[in-house]
Design a binder for this molecule. Sequence first.
Ligand code: XMP
Length: 513
Amino acid sequence: LVLVVDFGAQYAQLIARRVREARVYSELVPHTMPVAEMLARKPKAIILSGGPSSVYAEGAPSIDSGIFTAGVPVFGMCYGFQLMANGLGGEVAATGAREYGRTAVTVAEPGTLLAGIPAEHNVWMSHGDSVVAAPEGFTVLASTEIVPVAAFENVEAKLAGVQWHPEVMHSENGQRVLEHFLWNIAGCRKTWTMANLVEEQVAAIKEQIGDGQAICALSGGVDSAVAAALVQRAIGDRLTCVYVDHGMMRQGETEQVRNDFEAVFDTLDVVDASEQFLGKLAGVTDPETKRKIIGHEFINTFDEAQVRVFGELPAGATAFLVQGTLYPDVVESGGGAGTSNIKSHHNVGGLPDDMNMELVEPLRALFKDEVRAVGEQLGLPERMVWRQPFPGPGLGIRIIGAVTRERLDIVRHADAIAREEMTAAGLDRDIWQMPVVLLADVRSVGVQGDGRTYGHPIVLRPVTSEDAMTADWARLPYEVLEKISTRITNEVADVNRVTVDITSKPPGTIEWE
Ligand code: XMP
């Protein structure tokens, strides 16, 4: 176990993930956790993340310097690097010189940490203060134009640090630096594999649920499918899977989910709750309100399903609700320390306080590609594992304006055409997903046949992404766009215009609401 201490860095979880990529198990802990408690978990190493503060700022998050002399290997990145320098008698100064973004570093003495890494390479920096003198016993390994000490190590004491962010994609050799620390300085063994992850999660789920019963909200997507498969492995037929048709699914989706999932899960309960959902959504146009209503209805439906499946629970007994919440959902719903709420994902925000089920979220620390790897490890069918993401609130958040059955039919039809053409062109794995959005309150003038039309625009939103936290618009071939556009305007009633959204994320999000 490697603990990553979070000092409020936006990408702290990314560090934990990079450590796992180095095949060493890792978890995030807050910097407010007492050092004794961290050490009690017997970590093989501790990594101090970056953070937004200056070590000298009033109220700056700090850590007991005892952590550096407890005999546990420690690696500091950015702010963590400065804390280490400061805590061991080195010198950190506000030189006034700042470095943000791509920065060239010069390796003077590779040591163990930077062994085999080019003497000149580019890394990603984001700092105001700088380390100007390393603590005693440390070797200075690298510098930049304005920072004399950009990396150091004390191999004997198993301590090292870098001023930059090796965890981000833009830092060249970042993963190698991290691996040198983990494998060669801290002596961590490469034992973490997907098979281990599955085993650990199954054990954790067994412990949480005990001899209780669980219900899983299957959405049809890979996240909930993998979460459910893990739970089924842990508790067998004490898990009941419920798939809620809220009336905002895509064409043919409910039948397909039923077929695919019945083959994998012992118990599958398909509930048609479309009347209920659409009734509650009538006239609602505000995106967050839509999301909250949908989230709320989901929970109500599950509560009802739970009573139907298990009967009334004896007093004191808890029922468990399994959800496929991923790390990006947690961050974007404001769940990470110091991160702000972008959207209430239905499976994280929107949960009422009086919900009478306890959540089981085995994928909370993982990114989508890790989840797919777990799915493959569990032997789930390829179609399930590689299905493109589709949001829980479904087409309801792809109608800009109030949701009605007629509008759902329009966007559903346009989406079916778009997906058919993307599949025909062999592009499914090249893009992350392509929301098809109906601007229901917008009309524009067109001419079709010999007459004037006054119809709605459809927006195609093809994106590429690694983890949905950031995305770029996908450069689809013109012929494919042309085919989709022609078919949608010819075949879908009330649509006379097709547009393509060419905004990256940020600033746009992937979904329009
Ligand atoms: P945004 O729009 O936030 O979307 O850039 C990021 C990714 O998450 C999906 N998404 C959701 N998935 N419940 C989900 O399960 C939701 O409420 C939800 N909202 C957005 C979206 O399709 C994209 O892949």
